[in-house]
Design a protein around this ligand. Structure first.
Ligand code: SAM
Length: 212
């Protein structure tokens, strides 16, 4: 369940400019398979932040079959070129991403890693302008620490599912994933390292600006 009504989410998605046919195919695939991509409105936010920061080095943690990657690669292309790291631990999804992102013409921008994303970013050569996180929720707190270490000052950390289908508001929900998102939220809003806002689009997208 999203906290925004279907009507409001549809309205916001319909404000997003038309995407290439390949991205529409990826959106249709998500709809058909129930695969949790960020969708057009959150994709547009990712694209906009990347353009605003002039990002040329972006690291994704939990990239699926490359839909969110396509938004970042589009921004990096328009920022003059650079690198977007696609990271997922499923070989099959990495292969699908190569096909989609190749069809979109991003072979020169996207770099692929098959592996655990917190380990992978910890070994990556930063600094990055943007880190995007969409991995299993129990790992969000450690992902934030790892991302902080690799972001440049003035860089942005974007995290999906920060409202977690409204479970975040249900105090009786003490499950590991929900508790981890609560802990992650505290790390981002109660720490002078970050300036953070959670946008209630779709399942909640946080934007944190690294200031210290
Ligand atoms: C929500 S989906 C990603 C969707 C993608 N960000 C998009 O919007 O197109 C998360 C993906 O990351 C994978 N994943 C989850 N935790 C991970 C981790 N710790 N390291 C690597 N991959 C992970 C999942 O198996 C899944 O394929």
């Amino acid at each position: 369940m999203d906290l925004l009504s279907t009507q409001a989410n549809d309205y916001l998605n319909n404000l997003v400019p038309p995407r290439p046919a390949e991205m529409q195919t990826m959106e249709a695939q998500a709809e058909k398979d129930g695969f949790p991509i960020i969708g057009p409105a959150c994709g547009q936010v990712c694209y906009q932040v990347a353009r605003m920061l002039g990002a040329t080095k972006i690291y994704e943690m939990g990239s699926g079959y490359g839909y969110s990657t396509a938004w970042f690669a589009y921004a990096v292309r328009q920022n003059g070129g650079g690198a977007v790291h696609h990271v997922v631990w499923d070989e099959q999804l990495s292969q699908q991403a190569r096909a989609h992102l190749g069809a979109l013409g991003y072979e020169d921008i996207v770099h692929y890693t098959v592996g655990e994303a917190v380990d992978a970013i910890s070994q990556a050569e930063g600094p990055f302008d943007i880190v995007f996180c969409d991995i299993d929720k129990h790992a969000y707190p450690e992902a934030i620490e790892a991302a902080y270490a690799k972001l440049r000052m003035g860089g942005a950390l974007l995290i999906d599912n920060m409202l977690w289908g409204g479970r975040i508001l249900d105090e009786s929900d003490q499950s590991q994933n929900t508790q981890a998102i609560r802990e992650a939220t505290g790390m981002l809003v109660s720490n002078d390292r970050w300036i953070t806002t959670i946008l209630p689009i779709r399942d909640g997208l946080s934007i944190s600006y690294k200031v210290k």
